[in-house]
Design a binder for this molecule. Structure first.
Ligand code: SF4
Ligand code: SF4
Length: 204
C-alpha cells in the first residue's frame, strides 16, 4: 500500500513539473505573439536600406582626375587607377578604373577622401555571382546606378523594422509618411544644443 501511495505521489509531482515546464514554454510562445515580425520574403520583399548604407560603390569616369588619393586612403590599396600622362596638355588622362568588390570591405574611405566626389556609395548589397572574379568591377560596371528598392517593380519595399512606429506590429501596411519610432538625428542635435552641459571645470 505504501509503495502504491509513494508511486502516486511521484506521479503527481512529475505531472506538476511537466505542467510547469509546459507553462514556461507557452509563456515564451505567447510573448513572441506580441513582438514585431522579422520575416522578410526576400527577394520578393526587401528592406529599404538606411540613408547612409555603404553598398557597392558608384564611379563617375568624367569627374576622376587620376590623383590616386582613393588608393592611398584605402586600407588595402584596392582601387586600380590606370592613367597616362598627356604631355601636350600636361595632365593625367584616365584609361580605366576598377575596384574588386570581392575584396573591398566597404569602409567608405575612398568615397570620403576623393577630392572630386566621383565616388559614392549606393544601396546595392546583392552582389552574388558564380565566379568571384566577376566582382572585379571596371569603370563601366561601377558607372551603373542600381535600381532602388523603392522603385523596383518586382519588389515590395519594406521599411526597416527598427523604424516602425511605436506599437506597430505589421510592417507590410505602414505608410511611408508615418512617423518613425525614436528620435531623428536632427532632433537629438537640437536637444543637445538647447540644453548644453556645463564644462567639466564649472561642474566641479
Ligand atoms: S570602400 Fe574601403 S576597402 Fe573598399 S575600395 Fe574604398 S577604401 Fe578600399
Ligand atoms: S580619389 Fe577620386 S579623383 Fe582621385 S583617382 Fe580616386 S576616384 Fe579618381
Amino acid at each position: 500500500m505504501m509503495k502504491f501511495l509513494s508511486q502516486v505521489g511521484d506521479y503527481v509531482k512529475e505531472a506538476g513539473q511537466a505542467a510547469k515546464y509546459i507553462g514556461q514554454g507557452m509563456a515564451v510562445t505567447f510573448d513572441h505573439m506580441r513582438r514585431r515580425p522579422i520575416t522578410v520574403q526576400y527577394p520578393y520583399e526587401k528592406l529599404i536600406p538606411s540613408e547612409r548604407f555603404r553598398g557597392r560603390i558608384h564611379f563617375e569616369f568624367d569627374k576622376c582626375i587620376s590623383c590616386e588619393v582613393c588608393v592611398r586612403v584605402c586600407p588595402i590599396n584596392l582601387p586600380v587607377v590606370d592613367w597616362e600622362f598627356n604631355a601636350e596638355i600636361k595632365k593625367k588622362e584616365l584609361r580605366s578604373y576598377s575596384i574588386d568588390f570581392g575584396v573591398c570591405i566597404f569602409c567608405g574611405n575612398c568615397v570620403e577622401f576623393c577630392p572630386t566626389n566621383c565616388l559614392s556609395m549606393t544601396e546595392e548589397y546583392d552582389l552574388t555571382v558564380y565566379d568571384r572574379h566577376q566582382l572585379n568591377f571596371d569603370n563601366v560596371a561601377m558607372g551603373r546606378m542600381p535600381t532602388k528598392v523603392t522603385e523596383d517593380p518586382m519588389v515590395t519595399p519594406l521599411r526597416e523594422l527598427a523604424y516602425l512606429p511605436k506599437g506597430e506590429m505589421e510592417p507590410h501596411n505602414v505608410s511611408h509618411t508615418e512617423r518613425r519610432a525614436g528620435k531623428r538625428p536632427e532632433e537629438i542635435i537640437d536637444e543637445a544644443m538647447s540644453d548644453p552641459k556645463p564644462p567639466a571645470s564649472e561642474s566641479e
